[in-house]
Design a protein around this ligand. Sequence first.
Ligand code: MLT
Length: 247
Amino acid sequence: MQIDVISSVNEARTEDFLRKTVIVIDVLRATSTIITAFDHGCEEIVPAETVGEAKALQQEGDLLGGERFCRKIMGFQLGNSPLEYMSPVIGGKRIILTTTNGTKAVRRAQKAENILIGSFLNGRACAEKASTFHRDVVLLCAGTNSQFSLEDGLAAGYIAEHLIKLKQDAEMNDFGRAMIASFKQEAGDLKGALSHSVNGKKLCRIGFDEDVNYCAKMDLTDTVPVWNGHSLHVSMPTARSKTIALS
Ligand code: MLT
């Protein structure tokens, strides 16, 4: 098995995904939000690239969620704070979600054989699920405006480390090795690492420091959202799934 970590959407080419399992990672905050939404009963998430597309996709009963410049979009019911998605309001709902980088990364991975949603919140479960497909794995860091974001690389390192334990003959690209080393260096204080990252500082500055702390939590859940060709869903609740709670 080959495991490649790609530093940002900008570095990804369609052929990198063919016949592969892609794990999309946007720790701050899109993939952390998606995982949290499913853990709190959301039925389906449709990633949209633009605000206009999200509005056009909305049907009766759907909720619109997402951000621009990290803030809730005017007229949308939900923003992109994972804490907002812990509400009973989202139970059984289809959510149309558009974020600046994360939902674009999911759409960019369309040619993959399997697409999974990963973050620190579900890192171990995500690696376990990816390994069951017996395909090469690409960890796609969403990044920010086509640039690498540290928090995505650290989560990729965390997930890649689990994958290596599961598939000991796996080969990894150099960037993946560097991200495993970075994760190990920062693992003792992930909250600190995230809150000192560019995106973490930006979110803390505008009052989302609780989001940053929450997104640094590891393995809170076994929920791994997957792409079914049209939207994201969770195939079946796993017995070990825990409910994400603020603590
Ligand atoms: C994104 O998709 O760019 C992010 O999730 C932005 C955010 O933190 O709201």
